[in-house]
Design a protein around this ligand. Structure first.
Ligand code: GLC
Length: 544
């Protein structure tokens, strides 16, 4: 399926709605908050937003536990607000994607409530119910992504329901045609309202091994983390094909499925007849043992995905982080070279082949939370980690782990100003703001011509509105200095025009041998031929 031209001409931006901007002063971000900041986004230059789940939810997993797929959480707004958002975004030339949560519902969804209450109801089969092996033993030894078993016991019916995320997120049974029909209706509902596409959540897990046999892999803490039992299984391609035929093909919409870890290009190609692109996680967590960016692994990973995508004529999304990951500045960036590294990451991301997605706050260099109390970490996976480890690790050890790994970092309230609560809200936010907000915030960076934020703007302009746009959007990709341990370098070439991109992803100066060209953009003032300072990045026009 050829990708639409408008997709190539886009730069995306993910908004985590509860942490973006609080429009009504209750301490939590909301839809009116996003509407108020659309002008900021338009000024940044992006033209596509992906908004995380805003549906009614008991918030066990940040809104990915949905209790009504076709509505808006009253704390975040109303359907009228959503319509207004789409309308204003479109007026500004910004397309809108929503998160389509497909793998599960909340246990407070009416389908699940009915499924529990009545074994004979047709809703029973909307979920995956199984008898335990014996007293107190779940149907299989499979573990869940958030820790513990993939099954939860229900006393009333003396059966277990499957839940590969949290206990409060029962998995939908996609092998049931009625479930597929209902979920198709959900997609139609939002498309009819004017949304331009979906980020499709956790689609790699829509099919499971329905034979329910134990995994033979090694048990840790009583369960086996054998994701193959519910990842990338063949039946799911049929489900997606049906969704494509019955829904997506009727609209000019963009569909990007989250396929998670472990997927390779051959898997991507199985998804792509039915959806446009897949998100994989491979470029995240490319870290060395001492928590620095592993340049070789990062560039080889990105090279693998790009060269294979070009070979097969497909497009792919590019991103440094999303709401499930720590902040990229705390992983691939540098405290010491804060500005340089923030800009270097912008330069790289926006010159790759594929659709770049900026994650809210990345454009100002937001960093991991420096929380000093375990209770400040609110995410369900952080809390599960604390529960599972409290008996064997000290508080300090758990803090160290969460400071580097927690999903809370991605949920930090956006740092708009140096005022109280980072200008995110007038009330104490539901999640503590990071301590660095007086130094790192939008207002300050808007004033500073030389800021990371202004560099993102320049890079977006180069990508979308310059004579080099086509080369950056569609040109070939070839690694250069491929064995260099510090430099991520590549050539982008279209017809006879080519650009060289060279970025030093380290704090040490270094040199390179490729021939110099005319500098198109750089993140430092004075470039010395054949050398790159700490986190220096340049794009040069190659001599024809
Ligand atoms: C996806 C989401 C993640 C969520 C999970 C369950 O991986 O990105 O935030 O917890 O699916 O919906």
């Amino acid at each position: 399926m050829a990708i639409s031209q408008w997709v190539k001409e886009s730069v995306g931006y993910e908004i985590y709605p509860r942490s973006f901007y609080d429009g009504n002063g209750d301490g939590m971000g909301d839809i009116q908050g996003i509407i108020k900041k659309l002008d900021y986004l338009s000024d940044l230059g992006i033209n596509l937003i992906w908004i995380g789940p805003f549906y009614p939810s008991p918030l066990d997993d940040n809104g990915y536990d949905v209790s009504d797929f076709m509505n808006v959480d009253p704390q975040l707004g109303t359907l009228a607000d959503i319509k207004q958002l789409i309308q204003k975004a479109h007026q500004l030339g910004i397309r809108v994607m929503f998160d389509f949560v497909m793998n599960q519902t909340s246990d407070e969804h009416p389908w699940f409530i009915e499924s529990c209450q009545n074994k004979n109801s047709e809703k029973r089969d909307y979920y995956i119910w199984q008898k335990g092996k014996s007293q107190n033993r779940p149907p299989t030894n499979w573990g869940s992504f958030f820790g513990g078993s993939a099954w939860k016991y229900d006393k009333q019916s003396d059966e277990y329901y499957m839940k590969i995320f949290s206990d409060k997120m029962p998995d939908l049974n996609w092998s049931n045609p009625k479930v597929r029909f209902e979920m198709g209706k959900v997609a139609k509902f939002w498309l009819d309202l004017g949304v331009d596409g979906f980020r499709m959540d956790a689609i790699a897990h829509l099919a499971r091994d329905m034979k329910f046999v134990d995994s033979k892999k090694k048990k840790i803490d009583g369960v086996v983390g054998d994701w193959s039992k519910f990842s990338n299984r063949k039946e799911l391609y049929t489900y997606l094909k049906q969704l494509h035929q019955e829904v997506f093909s009727q609209y000019n919409c963009l569909t990007i499925g989250e396929v998670g870890g472990g997927a390779k290009i051959k898997d991507a190609l199985k998804y792509i007849p039915s959806i446009d692109m897949v998100f994989n996680f491979d470029a995240c967590w490319c870290l060395t043992a001492d928590n620095k960016v592993d340049v070789m692994r990062l560039k080889n990973t990105i090279n693998y995905w790009i060269t294979n995508s070009l070979k097969h004529g497909i497009y792919l999304p590019q991103y440094w982080l999303n709401h499930d990951h720590p902040r990229v500045m705390s992983q691939y960036g540098s405290q010491k070279y804060f500005k340089e590294s923030g800009k270097a990451l912008a330069l790289l991301l926006l010159s790759l082949y594929g659709l770049p997605f900026i994650y809210n706050g990345e454009e100002i260099g937001m960093q991991n939370a420096l929380y000093d109390k375990l209770s400040d970490f609110k995410d369900v996976s952080s809390q599960n980690y604390i529960k599972l480890n409290a008996h064997r690790l000290s508080e300090q050890e758990m803090l160290n782990h969460l400071r580097n790994n927690s999903r809370d970092h991605g949920h930090l309230p956006m740092q708009w100003t140096s005022e109280k609560y980072a200008g995110f809200s007038v009330k104490e936010p539901y999640l503590k703001v990071n301590l660095d907000y007086q130094k790192v915030n939008v207002a300050q960076q808007l004033q500073d011509k030389d800021s990371i934020l202004n560099f993102y703007r320049q890079m977006i302009q180069l990508r979308l509105n310059s004579k080099w746009s086509e080369v950056l959007q569609s040109g070939d990709f070839e690694l250069i200095e491929s064995q260099h341990p510090q430099i991520f370098g590549f050539r982008r070439k279209l017809n006879n025009r080519s650009l060289l991109v060279l970025v030093n992803l380290s704090e040490q100066d270094t040199t390179y041998s490729v021939a110099e060209g005319e500098i198109i953009i750089s993140n430092i003032d004075s470039h010395k031929p054949h050398s790159l300072g700490a986190y220096e990045g340049i794009i040069m026009r190659e001599q024809e």
